[in-house]
Structure formats: structure tokens, C-alpha cells
Design a protein around this ligand. Structure first.
Ligand SMILES: [Zn+2]
Length: 254
């Protein structure tokens, strides 16, 4: 078995896979002992014997706070059985996991199907022309890292990170484009919602307010707010606002 294990590990590394994320003995059993050893069999065995999550993984869960479904980030702490017990050994398909949240409520127990790798929530581009598109003229068109952790003059940004759910974008240097900074970025939507709770609730109840005529104090304020945090605008109000903007530009054109 020892030699087979070594060979299997070599193969996995050759395929640029992280060996720690695989049940190597399971792969050997399925591909070489019970299987015919063909490339197809190997592929299927590798697929089947991958641990979807490991303790220490950075993940995202959905937590209901004040009636809103917030996406919160944390660290996978332990796997749990259906009765919330701890597994004695590592298994491929644990029932659920306890996630220690990095901010807000302390933790969340969720079935594995409701846990998402944090990286899935972000779009990351490192293309220089994309990262520095419309960059500040006073700085030769180069944006700085905005993590806020650099003492003195921050280094140039290397990555443009977009939180897919909200569309919020931030530019980070390579060092700062990590799970902690991305969690902070991901939590902005939740933070913004906490600050805008009353506006959101009243717009949910009276979405038509957003279409009141220009010069209407309340409507003007709400539209200015909606332009800053479009991801917080309740669905019906967002629809009405889009229509309203179209009719406004049509009026101007006519
Ligand atoms: Zn940085």
C-alpha cells in the first residue's frame, strides 16, 4: 500500500492538485484495486474522493438578521453529524459544519450544501488595464491599494475584486487580496443595510415613492440613496426606478 500511496500522491501532484484535499486510500481502492486502472477510472475516483471542505477553510454562510438574508464569512471550525455530534474520523460527506464567523454573530451550524467557499463569491481580475481603468490622473493613472492597513504611502493595486452579490468593487495589492480583506468587502452590504434599515422598510411598503416628481424632497433623497447603494433597493422599487429613469430620459430627449 505504501508504494501505491506514493504513486497516487505523485499523480495528484502532477495534476497540480492539493493532496490534502483528497482521500488517497479511497482513490487507490476505487481506481486500482476495485477499478481497472484506466484513465477514466482514475478521473472518476479522484472526483469521488475529494473532500469538499476542510477544517480551516474560509467560507460563507447565509444568516438571517433582522429579517434579511445576510451573507457572512467565517472559518470552518468542525464537522458535525446530523445530531450535532463530532465525527471520530475524517469522512467524505459530513452532514454539516460549524462555522466561526469573523464578524457579527459568533457562529453558525449549517448543512454542507449551505456552505460556500468564500472565493466563489468574488470576481478577481489582475489584468493591469482593467485594474487601473480610468485611474487618477494625478497619480499617472495608477490606483492604490485601499485595504487601509498600510502605514504611510500604500502600494499600487494589483487586483480588482468584485463582490458578486452587491457589485461592490475594491482594489487591493497582492498581499491584501486575502480572505480577511474579502470578508470585509463582502460584509459591506450587510453593514450598509444596517444603516439604511428604515429606508428599505418604507420602500418595501411604498415602492412608488421612488417615482415621485423631481423636486419632491423625500423622493429626491431616496433616489440619491438608491444611486449610492443600488444593491439595497427592494425589488419592486428597483423596477419602478428603472422605468422612471427611462421615462425621464425619454422626456428630456423629446
Ligand atoms: Zn495592500
Amino acid at each position: 500500500m505504501g508504494e501505491m500511496r506514493e504513486q497516487a500522491r505523485d499523480y495528484l501532484e502532477g495534476e497540480r492538485r492539493d493532496v490534502a484535499r483528497y482521500n488517497v486510500d479511497g482513490i487507490i481502492r476505487d481506481a486500482w484495486i476495485n477499478g481497472n486502472g484506466s484513465e477514466e477510472t482514475w478521473k472518476a475516483a479522484v472526483e469521488k474522493n475529494r473532500y469538499p471542505f476542510l477544517v480551516g477553510d474560509r467560507v460563507r454562510v447565509v444568516v438571517e438578521i433582522d429579517g434579511f438574508q445576510e451573507h457572512l464569512y467565517g472559518i470552518l471550525h468542525s464537522f458535525r453529524t446530523a445530531s450535532n455530534g463530532i465525527y471520530r474520523r475524517r469522512i467524505l460527506n459530513p452532514h454539516s459544519a460549524y462555522v466561526e464567523l469573523v464578524d457579527g454573530p459568533s457562529g453558525a451550524l449549517r448543512p454542507l450544501s449551505e456552505i460556500t467557499p468564500e472565493l466563489d463569491d468574488f470576481e478577481i481580475t489582475t489584468e493591469h488595464s482593467e485594474v487601473h481603468r480610468d485611474g487618477p490622473r494625478h497619480n499617472y493613472g495608477i490606483f492604490h491599494c485601499v485595504s487601509g492597513i498600510h502605514a504611510g504611502y500604500p502600494p499600487p493595486a494589483h487586483a480588482l475584486v468584485t463582490h458578486k452579490r452587491s457589485g461592490i468593487k475594491r482594489r487591493f495589492c497582492n498581499d491584501c487580496n486575502d480572505a480577511d480583506q474579502r470578508a470585509r468587502l463582502g460584509h459591506e452590504m450587510w453593514r450598509d443595510r444596517q444603516l439604511s434599515r428604515d429606508t428599505i422598510l418604507s420602500l418595501t411598503e411604498h415602492p412608488e415613492v421612488i417615482t415621485a416628481s423631481v423636486g419632491d424632497d423625500e423622493a429626491d433623497k431616496i433616489r440619491a440613496w438608491a444611486d449610492v447603494v443600488p444593491y439595497l433597493v427592494p425589488e419592486k422599487a428597483a423596477e419602478l426606478y428603472t422605468e422612471w429613469k427611462e421615462s425621464q430620459s425619454a422626456t428630456v430627449a423629446a
